[in-house]
Design a protein around this ligand. Structure first.
Ligand SMILES: O=P(O)(O)OC[C@H]1O[C@](O)(CO)[C@@H](O)[C@@H]1O
Length: 527
């Protein structure tokens, strides 16, 4: 089928959507709807949209929009290796890291699925050798710690996934194969704190940079190397692994203990299921756990091919999000996991969503006249309830909410206090919030009045397991992808991060040609 890339405001369905009347949650949210408005999101994860301000008519128009913008067909084209990242003229192949959904993608004679599988296997074999003591530290000891040095996509996804499963693995395996730490910020206090907490003699370091040129990561690698030398480790690189692309400067250094490769077709924020996440997660949680994450993600990727929007959780979530952004004009979306294990997940989604869809030009570089990606933020519940929920309930803006919740905890550590367990209290809070936001409560005292009509969705599963986590990760990746297609933007480049990098260089050269920049640099004692 021939693909057409049209701006959102040129579609018929969008024009019809603009004319629809808002749906009142107070009227439509019934217990039948809670049971019916559910879609399988893969690996036991379910997307419940009962408390979203949509009805059958709006969903039908969103479905028409998805068809008109050929969203699933564009996803198929992406899977087949089309150059979807038009800005950088690259294929977009993160799905291929976790399974094959289209024909082989061959680039310059290399079957890329085989290349990705080979790198995953290499990471698994390496992790097993570390775990069984075949690979030891320079002083002949077993490694017990692994530290990732990377930033942005080379940090946020792997970090979020590690914390999401740290407790789960400790309970299942009795102990973590290796404890993981992360150094990302060029703020020297970040590295200092991590280094003060570990025994460097028994620590492996994973230097992760796809480009191999990121200032913060290279500075931290040098900082760590010199600290290791100070601590008597003669060859720091022999305790360091590299994850990078074959064309990066880091790839050319044979002194590192081992190197793992990705390619330019795996965007940083989409790289958690590549060796960028795979090396540290295989070392810290085990290759079996990483493989289950891939499996869950693959299940979600497969479901995202479904053409019926009511059976395609990522597509439906994407289109409801678009309706909230472009028809209801809500500028922000909150991610609210009722799971402490997911405490870094909103931070990952901030990059995933905002770096992908924070664009003002279409995929051809032409200005667009409609809103694109929302501001994303979030914190786990119930902590957020005691922080910013005041604004969510009674603030002047309506902020759509994305709740995430699980029936069971990961640890099983719990007890009944005042007639309920802590897990029951957690989920009672979650259920209560959904209703409080949707239905509100009238009070003659306006200060105590809850207007309600604040929409939310709920992603839920029995427990946060590796495969559920993989499905959750892929759900959001696919949601962001579908929204980008619908907005006709390129979700896979990030030119917006460049200007700051260029100006930083001019400051560090101590001679910026902008006088105001010079004043700020002096104010901050850069020179
Ligand atoms: O892996 P690299 O090349 O060090 O890049 C790190 C991050 O920097 C960015 O390019 C943005 O600054 C992200 O997109 C990327 O995830």
């Amino acid at each position: 089928m021939e693909l057409k890339y049209n701006n959102l405001d040129r579609t018929k369905a969008y024009k019809k959507l603009k004319k629809t009347k808002p749906v009142s949650l107070k009227k439509v949210l019934t217990s039948e709807r809670v049971k019916e408005y559910v879609v399988d999101a893969g690996a036991g994860l379910r997307y419940n949209y009962a408390a979203k301000a949509v009805d059958d008519k709006i969903i039908e128009l969103l479905s028409q929009l998805a068809v008109e913008q050929q969203l699933v067909e564009k996803y198929r084209a992406l899977l087949s290796g089309d150059v979807i990242n038009t800005g950088e003229k690259r294929k977009v192949l993160h799905h291929l890291q976790r399974g094959q959904l289209a024909e082989d993608v061959v680039h310059e004679g290399v079957n890329l699925r085989e290349f990705y599988v080979e790198q995953h296997k290499k990471a698994a074999v390496f992790a097993e050798k570390v775990h069984n003591g075949e690979i030891k530290s320079q002083s002949g000891k077993k490694f017990d710690t692994v530290v990732q040095i990377g930033i942005g996509g080379s940090d946020l996804g792997p970090r979020a996934l590690y914390y999401a499963l740290e407790q789960y693995v400790m309970v299942k395996k009795g102990a973590l194969p290796l404890k993981a730490y992360f150094i990302s910020n060029v703020d020297p206090d970040d590295a200092a704190l991590v280094l003060s907490q570990i025994n460097v003699d028994t620590s492996l370091f994973v230097l992760v940079s796809k480009s191999g040129t990121t200032q913060e990561t290279l500075a931290n690698a040098e900082l760590v190397s010199s600290y290791l030398k100070e601590k008597g480790i003669a060859q720091p690189k022999k305790q360091m692994l590299v994850v990078t692309s074959k064309t990066s400067p880091l790839a050319k250094d044979p002194d590192y203990l081992e190197s793992f490769f990705i390619d330019d077709f795996i965007g940083g924020r989409y790289s958690a299921t590549s060796p960028v996440g795979g090396v540290i997660l295989s070392l810290s949680l085990g290759p079996d756990v990483f493989s289950d994450i891939l499996d869950g993600a693959h299940q979600a990727d497969r479901l995202a091919l479904e053409s019926n929007i009511r059976k395609n959780a990522a597509l439906l979530d994407a289109m409801i999000g678009l309706y909230e952004r472009n028809v209801l004009n809500y500028p922000v979306t909150a991610i609210l996991p009722y799971s402490q294990a997911l405490h870094r997940f909103p931070a990952h989604l901030q990059q995933l969503d905002m770096e992908s869809n924070g664009k003002s030009v279409n995929r051809y570089g032409e200005p667009i006249s409609y809103s694109t990606g929302p501001v994303i933020f979030g914190e786990p519940g119930t902590n957020g309830q005691h922080s910013f929920y005041q604004l969510l309930h009674q603030g002047t803006d309506i902020i759509p909410l994305q709740f995430i919740g699980f029936e069971k905890s990961q640890s099983g550590f719990d007890m009944e206090i005042d007639g309920s367990s802590s897990q029951e209290k957690l989920n009672a809070n979650l259920a209560a919030q959904i209703i409080a936001f949707a239905k509100g409560r009238e009070n003659n005292d306006r200060n105590k009045n809850f207007a309600g009509e604040r929409p939310s969705s709920l992603l839920t599963a029995e427990q946060l397991t590796p495969s559920v986590l993989g499905a959750l990760l892929a759900h959001y990746e696919n949601k962001v992808m579908f929204q980008g297609f619908a907005w006709n933007i390129n979700s896979f480049d990030q030119e917006g991060v460049q200007l700051g990098k260029i100006l930083t260089k001019t400051v560090l050269s101590k001679n910026p040609d902008d006088k105001v920049l010079d004043s700020y640099a002096k104010l901050l004692k850069v020179y």
